[in-house]
Design a binder for this molecule. Structure first.
Ligand SMILES: [Ca+2]
Ligand SMILES: [Ca+2]
Ligand SMILES: [Ca+2]
Length: 214
């Protein structure tokens, strides 16, 4: 009997866990490869811009290119958001060399997020920096929707020019939850089926118990 009860409990627990796990999800969108600017440079190290190409707007390439001007690029992950609501977000970037006159500023969908870690000291030496920003408190302003624009605004001696730097990659990690409104047929249906199954199992268990006690 103890065995049957625990088996039933385990099954009910599994159903509950499955229903819970099915609701939460993680979506990742990465622009560029995390490859140390294409030549294995490491975070914290002196930035070597010598082997990198210069950013050319015509290329449409945002990463592993030296840019003295502000940089803008998109994160596209709409297909991963179907039927889901965003509950949290974090952005990670490895940048280098920005911070000549003032630190570069990070914007998402036009909303200021934070300043990038200073990648240039007062003597003009440039460094590779890792940045990670939790976007949780900004979600209502950022309006992330799967086609989001990241802008890195650089500041040189003459304003938004002449501060060479580069982006290795940008990674958005989004936590999501399944929408529970009408029209989300699969989940309610499977839950209903599970409920029927559980009721049947309980009934069978009771019948067996009843038979035995007679
Ligand atoms: Ca600086
Ligand atoms: Ca610089
Ligand atoms: Ca890269």
């Amino acid at each position: 009997m103890a065995c049957k009860v625990s088996k039933l409990a385990a099954w009910a627990l599994a159903l509950g866990l499955t229903a819970g796990l099915a609701q939460a999800g993680v979506v990742t969108s990465t622009v560029g490869l995390a490859d140390g600017f294409g030549d294995g440079q490491t975070v914290g190290g002196v930035f070597d811009s010598f082997n990198l190409g210069y950013y050319d707007a015509m290329e449409g390439v945002a990463t592993d290119r030296v840019s003295g001007e502000s940089l803008s690029f998109g994160h596209d992950y709409t297909q991963d958001l179907a039927g889901r609501t965003i509950t949290g977000a974090t952005i990670e970037l490895v940048s280098a060399g920005w911070g000549n006159f003032a630190t570069a500023k990070l914007f998402i969908n036009g909303v200021f997020v934070d300043e990038l870690a200073d990648g240039e000291d007062d003597d003009g030496f440039e460094y590779v920096r890792y940045n990670s920003f939790n976007l949780g408190s900004l979600l209502s302003q950022l309006l992330l929707d799967g086609t989001d624009t990241v802008t890195i605004e650089t500041y040189g001696f003459f304003g938004n020019v002449l501060d060479d730097g580069a982006l290795d990659f940008s990674r958005l990690t989004i936590t999501t939850q399944e929408d529970t409104g009408g029209g989300q047929a699969p989940e309610p249906a499977s839950l209903a089926l599970a409920a029927v199954g559980l009721a049947a199992a309980v009934g069978a268990s009771r019948r067996r118990r009843g038979t035995r006690s007679l």
